[in-house]
Every structure is written in structure tokens, then in C-alpha cells.
Design a protein around this ligand. Structure first.
Ligand code: ADP
Ligand code: ZN
Length: 612
């Protein structure tokens, strides 16, 4: 099967994301690859798909135990034979995995780096037909990176001891030049296909808040996000404890995670969060490495983290399924003091010599400066982050605290259609174009004599926007002009349609606009990206069904389908199995497992609501 067919049938996605195809083609063509992609960019597809196509076995080296378990579970759910090897397996389980490995029963096997030369894996590996080794989180091999792991240095040796060198791929979300060079050099990548995918995550909203009292601010933020799943990062264990307690006192289903807890409790709490038994996770930065929970709707930093890298990685755990999500940072100047304290007393670097350690300390302080800069900037927040990663960006993103200020994006498609069609009908009636003022008056249903004399009150668009002020209609017309659907003719200042207007009028193309929050009620349209009316109700019904199914088969809800998939399903309302498979995120296997139940629920919903 070719890569696109696999993407559709196994994973249920209709097209590749930027960078994925080049990397997959590189591997399939026998080239080493080096993929740099932001968190949530879709790195795993770049080794899973080649893993399915290539003969023999693909080894994925990853330091993240929970990610391994998650991905193996997800692969099995999608019908792919996969396994992991790490310290969570007992001796008997390990033997079973080895046996199956030698019997050729797996296509994709995840291995922790410290297992590569441990417990006989090395000698087993020699006998395996390994086609491809994917090194995930490849920046861990660099001392310049923020998560250097000495065990990563063993990978090189492991590869060199294999009877035949497989294709090697490295994947990371860390983009700095120094780290990139280290990865290529130390891993000895051979003329790799390199791709650096844009770091932008357009579905994430960024905001920095400087509250007088953080606790109060946090409660305010959470009040309107009660049913959503989110993570709250705190700088210290003590803070995690107190914030978690406060939230529980206020009736939130909150749990906690930090390195001071017993392993058993950490695991339990993490699972409570993954399986949606608890909606809020309060944690130190010890939480989240490798957590692939795709339906996290917000990440709130109660304290400022120590670098933009760390911040973007943690905040990036929101909205991994592509659905709209929010990232708030609650800043106070005491956060800087705490962060400096951590940098100056870092004990993790004990295996380094004093000179090295001092160098790392200086780098950390420089990273901290950049982080503080983010909290203080009055420019676009997304722009600030992208700039840091060396990526070009527009000056205004339209989806961050700075760019939106007191603004919010609203969907004005319906109003846009009315305006455009009004322009059209006036022209049809009069044989000439008129200015924006007349168009606005017609839409408002004005009783002006001149208008009545021209017979414009007979138009079907007359009075359609009679709840709106003239300035609002003008503002929308300006927006339409900005988007190229209308032009003002120079000489007589008349408003004309462009050919592009047809996209909005007849093809349902969406138009959005930034509107001041206090004006939103007037425009009275649902915010962009969210589901309105019956679609929203159906979405809730589908979510319920998802929760039931997840509970039945003891897997987290997002593994049944992601939020983005449910959103698409609620919009498309499939009636047949083949329509169902066209929903984004629905592959063959999942369609077979869950299709019937979802189709029935949608059908019931249609009947209850008397939808055609
Ligand atoms: P990361 O780069 O952080 O490892 P993942 O591989 O976990 O990202 O992918 C993040 C999310 O994006 C997952 O839910 C994955 O299923 C989804 N995804 C990956 N590739 C595509 C694609 N081509 N189309 C739609 N969704 C995709
Ligand atoms: Zn912005």
C-alpha cells in the first residue's frame, strides 16, 4: 500500500502535513532524514508510515515511557502490530516481547535508549531485520539542548554494531542551530534529507496576564472552562500542592503531578487525567514529556518557565488535535527570581565538568532573558516566539493577547452574504452601482424618500440587517473590501462586487472579522472555530458516546476519536459508512470498530431535531 493510502486507511487523515511527505519519501528512498517539527506537528507519522511500508522492523528510540505506551496502544487500536521495550516490563513480559520480535510479529518497536545495551537486546537486535531506526526527541543527544540525556550517546554505538546499517532518522522539536549541528554530527547522519517545518501553531491562542492575585485570576479563567481539559504548570512542588487544593475546594476535578510523589500515585494521577476522569492537571514541568493527550484545550502557566523552548513545548501540549486551544501565562516578577534560583542550583548537570557547567549556566540565563522578554513585549506574542526560533512571521497574528487586545474574532459569513447580495440586487434593479451608504440604508430598512422612490424597499435584502448600526455595516463592508470581495470604484466611490465574491455567496467561503468585545453582542455571531447551534449539540452527544465507548474498552477518550474528529463529524453529519470514512481522523479500522455506533447516534440526532 502506498503512503497516502496508509495515511487514509490506518490513520484516517486525507492529506499530509507540511514536511511529512518529504521525510517519508526520504526514508523510503533509503536516505537518512532529519525532521525538525514543532510539538504536535506530526513527527510520529514520519516514522510510523515508513515503518509500515518497509520490509522488516522499524525501531523507534524514545526516552518517553508514557509516549511509547500511548503510541503502541494507538497503533494497536489502528490494527498495527507494535510493542515497546522499557523498564516498565517485567522479565516475563520482556521475554515474550523478545520471542515475538524474533518470530517477526512486530512491524514497529519502541525502545528506551538505556535498553539498547541492556538485558541482551543488543544481541537480539543483531538477528533482526531492522530497516529503519527513528530517533525521537533527537535533541537529547546534545549537551547544548535543554534535555541532554547521556543514554542517547549509546545510540551511535548500537547502530555501528549492527551487521548492516539501517536508514537512520532523527526527529526533534528543538530548532536552535547548535543543537541541530550536534544531532547531525553525533548521530553520524549520512547526507540526510532535512526539513524544518514552520513552528507556527495557528490554533493556539497566546496571552500573558499580569494579575495582582494569581489565584483569583486562575479561578476566573477556569470558571468559563469548566468542562474542558487543561494543564496548569507551576514552578514548584509546593505551588502544585496548594493550587491543586484550591481548585478542589472550588469543586474542580483536579489532580496533581510532581517528582515528589510516589511513582504509583504519579501514574494513577496521570491516567486519571488521560482518561478524562479528572479534567485539570496541576503539575511541575516533570509532567507532560511524551504525553500525547490530544484534547487538552488550555495550558495555563501559573509561573513563568525558564525558557521559550520550555514554554513552547509545555504550552504546545494544548490543541494537539488541531482544535482551537488557549495558552495563558500568569506573570509576576518574583517568577524571575525563582527561575534564577533553579538555574543557579541546577543539580542535574553533575556529570559535567565545571567549565561545561558554567557554560550551560550562562546559556540558561540568556534563555531566561528571552523568556522574560516574552512576558513584557507589547508586540505580537506568536511573532515573538517564531522570531526566537528564527522563523519569519507577519507582524500581527490576530490570535494572541497583543493582537486581539479587547478584540475577538467573529464569523460574519452570513452578514457578508447579505451585504454582497444587496450590492448585487441594487445593481440589478437600477442598472448602476451605488455607494456604501446606500447599501447600508437598504440593509437597515431605511424609510428614506429617495430610497423608496427608487423602489429599493422592494428588494429581498431590504431590512435584513435592521438590528445593526450603519457604522457596523460599513465596517463589515470595509472588511469585505480588504478581503477582495468588494472594490470601491475610484471616481464615484461606488461599491462593486469582484468575481471572488461568488466564493462567499455561493460556495460558503467563511469570512471572519476582529470585533471589540463589547460590540460582539451587536454582531451577535458565534466566535470562529466553535460549533454553533445544532452542530454544537450534536458534538456534545458524540462526546458522550465517545466517553461510553472509551470506558467500555478501557482506553482514553481521545484514542477513540480526537476533538477535531468529533468537530468534523458534527459538521458533516455522515449518514452512510462511506460518508463516515470521509470525516478527518477516521481510518478503516476505527470506522469498522466505531462507525456503526456513531452513525446510529447521528441518525437519532437527525430524527430528534427533524434535520433533513
Ligand atoms: P509530534 O510531532 O508532537 O510527535 P504527533 O505525531 O503526536 O506530533 O501528532 C500530533 C497530532 O497530529 C496527532 O493527533 C496526530 O494523529 C495528528 N496528525 C499527524 N499527522 C496528521 C495529518 N497528516 N493530518 C491530520 N492530523 C495529523
Ligand atoms: Zn499576535
Amino acid at each position: 500500500m502506498d503512503k497516502t493510502a496508509l495515511l487514509q486507511q490506518i490513520f484516517g487523515y486525507s492529506s499530509f502535513r507540511p514536511g511529512q511527505e518529504e521525510l517519508i519519501d526520504g526514508v523510503l528512498g533509503g536516505r537518512d532524514v532529519f525532521g525538525i517539527m514543532p510539538t504536535g506537528g506530526g513527527k510520529s507519522m514520519c516514522y510510523q508510515i515508513p515503518g509500515l511500508i518497509l520490509p522488516g522492523i522499524t525501531l523507534v528510540i524514545s526516552p518517553l515511557i508514557s509516549l511509547m505506551r500511548d503510541q503502541v496502544m494507538a497503533l494497536k487500536t489502528a490494527g498495527v502490530p507494535a510493542a515497546f521495550i522499557n523498564s516498565t516490563l517485567n522479565a516475563a513480559q520482556m521475554q515474550a516481547v523478545y520471542r515475538n520480535l524474533l518470530a517477526g510479529q512486530y512491524k514497529i518497536v519502541y525502545v528506551a535508549p538505556e535498553r539498547l545495551d541492556y538485558g541482551g537486546f543488543g544481541s537480539i537486535a543483531e538477528k533482526l531485520p531492522i530497516s529503519f531506526i527513528a530517533v525521537d526527541e533527537a535533541h537529547c543527544i546534545s549537551q547544548w539542548g535543554q534535555d541532554f540525556r547521556p543514554s542517547y550517546l549509546r545510540i551511535v554505538n548500537f547502530i555501528e554494531n549492527l551487521p548492516r546499517r539501517p536508514v537512520v532518522g532523527a526527529f526533534t522539536a528543538t530548532a536552535t542551530k547548535q543543537v541541530r549541528e550536534d544531532v547531525e554530527r553525533i548521530l553520524k547522519l549520512q547526507d540526510p534529507v532535512r526539513t524544518v517545518t514552520g513552528f507556527d501553531r495557528p490554533n493556539l491562542y497566546f496571552e500573558v496576564i499580569r494579575p495582582e492575585r494569581k489565584e483569583k485570576e486562575l479561578l476566573r479563567l477556569l470558571a468559563s472552562r469548566r468542562n474542558k481539559s487543561g494543564i496548569i504548570y507551576c514552578a514548584t512542588r509546593k505551588k502544585v500542592e496548594s493550587v491543586c487544593e484550591t481548585l478542589r475546594d472550588h469543586g474542580y476535578a483536579a489532580t496533581r503531578y510532581h517528582a515528589g510523589l510516589e511513582e504509583k500515585e504519579r501514574t494513577e494521577n496521570q491516567e486519571d487525567f488521560l482518561y478524562d476522569r479528572k479534567t485539570v492537571m496541576v503539575a511541575t514541568n516533570a509532567f507532560g514529556m511524551g504525553i500525547d493527550k490530544s484534547n487538552v484545550s488550555y495550558v495555563i502557566h501559573y509561573n513563568m518557565p525558564k525558557s521559550i523552548e520550555a514554554y513552547y513545548q509545555e504550552a504546545g501540549r494544548a490543541g494537539r488535535d488541531g482544535a482551537e486551544a488557549e495558552c495563558f501565562l500568569l506573570y509576576s516578577s518574583s517568577d524571575v527570581t525563582t527561575a534564577k534560583f533553579f538555574i543557579n542550583s541546577d543539580s542535574e548537570n553533575e556529570e559535567m565538568d565545571p567549565k561545561q557547567r558554567e557554560m550551560v549556566r550562562q546559556q540558561d540565563l540568556a534563555r531566561l532573558d528571552a523568556m522574560v522578554g516574552y512576558c513584557k513585549t507589547d508586540t505580537c506574542l506568536r511573532g515573538y516566539i517564531l522570531e526566537y526560533f528564527g522563523q519569519k512571521h507577519p507582524e500581527v497574528c490576530g490570535n494572541c493577547g497583543t493582537c486581539m487586545g479587547d478584540f475577538e474574532t467573529v464569523d460574519i459569513t452570513k452578514e457578508a452574504q447579505m451585504i454582497l447580495s444587496c450590492v448585487r440586487r441594487i445593481y440589478d434593479k437600477l442598472g448602476y452601482y451605488v455607494g456604501v451608504a446606500t447599501v447600508a440604508r437598504v440593509l437597515q430598512g431605511s424609510k428614506e424618500k429617495k430610497l423608496l422612490a427608487l423602489g429599493l424597499h422592494e428588494l429581498s435584502t431590504y431590512g435584513l440587517l435592521n438590528t445593526m448600526g450603519r457604522t457596523e455595516i460599513r465596517a463589515m463592508a470595509e472588511r469585505l473590501e480588504g478581503e477582495g470581495y468588494l472594490v470601491t470604484e475610484e471616481e464615484h466611490k461606488t461599491l462593486r462586487l469582484t468575481p471572488e465574491a461568488a466564493q462567499v455567496l455561493f460556495q460558503g467561503k467563511k469570512v471572519t472579522m476582529l470585533v471589540r468585545k463589547e460590540e460582539i453582542q451587536a454582531v451577535n455571531a458565534p466566535a470562529a472555530g466553535k460549533l454553533a447551534g445544532t452542530d454544537g449539540e450534536l458534538y456534545d452527544a458524540l462526546r458522550e458516546l465517545r466517553a461510553e465507548l472509551a470506558q467500555e474498552s478501557h482506553i482514553p477518550a481521545y484514542m477513540v476519536f480526537s476533538n477535531a474528529t468529533l468537530t468534523d463529524m458534527a459538521r458533516k453529519k455522515p449518514a452512510t459508512m462511506s460518508e463516515f470514512k470521509r470525516v478527518s481522523g477516521v481510518g478503516e479500522i476505527k470506522a469498522a470498530w466505531y462507525g456503526q455506533q456513531f452513525l446510529e447516534r447521528i441518525k437519532a440526532f437527525r430524527e430528534e431535531n427533524e434535520l433533513a
